[in-house]
Design a protein around this ligand. Structure first.
Ligand code: CA
Length: 226
């Protein structure tokens, strides 16, 4: 594969390049967002590894600008920490997957292969879990093909849980993602919104999708493993 790595930490970039070349791939390096954008627009790649924190143009902007000009090269985003708002923002901007630093090379390689397999076709940004479908672009939600009407806050809450489907999202992380860092939100406000969303999404359906993970947070999935 032809891979572009956009990463300003030179040591990290060199390490990834060496590992990928040992696996038989060709690697081009860019050390800031602007340079990365120019290279990505000029040459074809099978996948782009994109760091979020970059000089000149950050990773979110790089992904968004590529997608805006119909470049659909698969993007694996590297985030500095497991910050839900960063991850949501990354996926919103057009990244296909993300990896939190530090990561093992084996995991990096597996994720990179998985995103590269998607090819450079435009991908629908709709998110689906079981028979629940959410379209971030139109803000439409359907359960079993019937529209679910959510307020703006309810939508953000559901979107955050759906983007991390199958994983438990901690209460604080959810509050940050839905209301932002600078908002003081009472814990029972979160519970109130979760119960509103649960009512709209799960009521009348045999399979419940929105689960409470006691003492930790919430998980959206078909079967919660206890
Ligand atoms: Ca960086």
């Amino acid at each position: 594969m032809q891979i572009l790595i956009i990463e300003d930490e030179k040591q990290m970039a060199a390490l990834l390049k060496k590992g990928l070349e040992e696996e038989g791939h060709s690697v081009t390096l860019a050390f800031d967002g602007q340079e990365g954008l120019e290279i990505a627009r000029t040459y074809p790649f099978d996948a782009i590894v994109l760091d979020v924190m970059l000089p000149r143009v950050d990773g979110f902007q790089v992904a968004r600008r590529l997608r805006d000009c119909r470049n659909h090269t698969p993007i694996l985003m590297l985030t500095a920490r497991d910050a839900v708002p960063d991850i949501v923002k990354g996926l919103d901007s057009g990244a296909d997957d993300y990896l939190t630093k530090p990561f093992s090379f084996v995991e990096f390689l597996a994720r990179l292969r998985a995103v590269a397999r998607r090819g450079d076709q435009p991908r629908p940004l709709r998110i689906q879990v079981c028979d629940l479908v959410l379209d971030p672009a139109t803000h439409e939600v359907y359960r079993a093909d019937r529209p679910v009407h959510l307020t703006r806050t309810e939508f953000r809450l559901l979107e955050c849980l759906m983007r991390r489907a199958g994983k438990t999202v901690e209460r604080n992380a959810l509050i940050e993602a839905v209301w932002g860092f600078d908002q003081e939100v009472e814990s029972n406000t979160l519970d109130a919104f979760v119960s509103l969303v649960r009512g709209k999404v799960d009521r009348g359906h045999e399979t419940k999708l929105l689960h409470t993970v006691r003492g930790i947070g919430f998980c959206l999935c078909e079967n919660l493993e206890e």
